[in-house]
Design a binder for this molecule. Structure first.
Ligand SMILES: Nc1ncnc2c1ncn2[C@@H]1O[C@H](COP(=O)(O)OP(=O)(O)O)[C@@H](O)[C@H]1O
Ligand SMILES: [Mg+2]
Length: 410
């Protein structure tokens, strides 16, 4: 076009056209071209806008991925999880910027989807920033026969998983509860017989030291069995039929501190109570709630054989209308792979005779029967925190602002 302009403009050779007409024709064509171009650009930018807003409107993280895990594009949700600006995400490896790892995530479906050339879905083995994700990988052919790429869609299944696990835990508890309750009941009577007759024999053999010592040994063993059977019966006891009255959690704690005082002294454990003032009461069975708190504090004590600090805090959460009890130790901690198991009946890491593995499963049941929750968090070698939440009574009746209510005394 530039050439023609020159030819016409200079009017070299051929029949001379009036330069004015030629220019006009040219300008017209140019105008047409320009508006065509504008129209196309408009379509393109609208397309880009539509595509980007659609992509960003999706609340779950989504990305376009090359086969080597390089992110070609990512949406805002992915940038938010990664904690990175969206402009800085492109070109990075997804497992680095998104998952914070040095190698691809275990169970990532990307490679499988590429090989099979078919969508693949799987759940990542490890959480990403404390959330569990189910990942959908959709392979597609690159533009103009380019290398295959993937659309990756991440679905947060943390809550779903938690509910599922809770359900399993409850079913497991119910089944074991029934079994254990039945067995314990059967054992209870003969055990009572053994104990009674042993005690009779002990009385009758005061003179014979050897027999006396042996009988005492039998008695000790039988008493220990009785304690285990009692625990089992406690564990299997149904929730109904218990007295539920207003209970002051702080009073229960103070009483429990008294029980454990000697333990604290001998193990060199410093108790730091942080009990909230004006704590609303909860409705419950004081004895059973005490059992829960004693179990947790006893475990904490046993986790600090070389001494440490036991912090026990209570608080009121006005939004949830719940009372919280947080028991934190500076003990050995629990390995992450065992954290899920501590509430399982008979799960214990203690030497035979030291632990039955029933304390926390009983506590779990009792707290659940009270409409509450019990959770654990732990760091190996640093310590463990158990948190119990229980529904408060009539929080509206409690005087003072939320700030007043959650004030703590040191
Ligand atoms: N505060 C804690 N610190 C470390 N480990 C703990 C703590 N509390 C509980 N555990 C672990 O959970 C297991 C189960 O506890 P529990 O049900 O009370 O049974 P037991 O105390 O009889 O072993 C313990 O054996 C221990 O491994
Ligand atoms: Mg215990």
């Amino acid at each position: 076009m530039a050439l023609r302009t020159e030819v016409v403009g200079r009017g070299v050779g051929g029949r001379r056209q009036p330069p004015h007409d030629a220019m006009e024709g040219l300008v017209k064509k140019l105008r047409e071209r320009i508006s065509e171009l504008e129209r196309l650009t408009d379509i393109l930018s609208r397309g880009k806008y539509d595509w980007e807003t659609t992509f960003d409107a999706i609340q779950a993280p989504v990305s376009l991925l090359r086969s080597d895990y390089t992110i070609q594009r990512a949406n805002l949700a992915l940038a938010a999880v990664a904690g990175e600006e969206i402009t800085k995400i492109t070109g990075q490896k997804c497992y680095q910027v998104f998952a914070g790892r040095q190698t691809p995530c275990e169970n990532c479906p990307a490679q499988q989807a590429l090989t099979r050339d078919w969508p693949v879905r799987s759940t990542l083995k490890h959480p990403i920033r404390d959330r569990d994700y189910e990942v959908h990988a959709y392979p597609f052919a690159g533009a103009r026969g380019g290398a295959k790429a993937l659309v990756m869609h991440y679905r947060d299944v943390t809550e779903e998983r938690r509910l599922h696990q809770e359900l399993i835990q409850q079913e497991k508890m119910a089944a074991i509860g029934m079994l254990a309750g039945g067995v314990a009941h059967e054992i209870n009577n003969p055990l009572g017989g053994i104990l009674a007759f042993t005690q009779l024999l002990i009385r009758d053999h005061k003179g014979d030291e050897q027999i006396h010592t042996d009988l005492e040994e039998i008695e000790r063993a039988a008493l220990r069995c009785k304690k285990i059977v009692q625990d089992l019966l406690d564990f299997s006891r149904a929730s109904s039929g218990h007295d539920k009255l207003p209970v002051r959690i702080n009073d229960i704690l103070e009483r429990s501190f008294g029980f454990l005082k000697r333990e604290f002294l001998s193990l060199n454990i410093t108790l730091v109570p942080q009990l909230a003032m004006d704590l609303p009461e909860v409705v419950g069975d004081a004895n059973r709630l005490q059992q829960v708190l004693l179990n947790i504090m006893t475990n904490a004590t046993q986790a600090m054989p070389k001494g440490g600090t036991l912090t026990v805090a209570t608080m009121f959460e006005p939004i949830k209308e719940q009372i919280g009890v947080v028991v934190r130790d500076t003990g050995m901690g629990i390995p992450p792979e065992n954290l899920d198991r501590v509430f399982d009946p008979f799960y214990t890491t203690k030497a035979p005779g030291k632990g039955t593995g029933l304390g926390l499963s009983i506590s779990y049941r009792i707290v659940r029967d009270h409409g509450g929750t019990i959770t654990v968090a732990s760091t190996l070698e640093k310590g463990t925190t158990f948190t119990v939440w229980l529904p408060a009574i009539e929080p509206a009746a409690v005087a003072g602002s939320p700030a007043d209510r959650s004030r703590r005394k040191g």
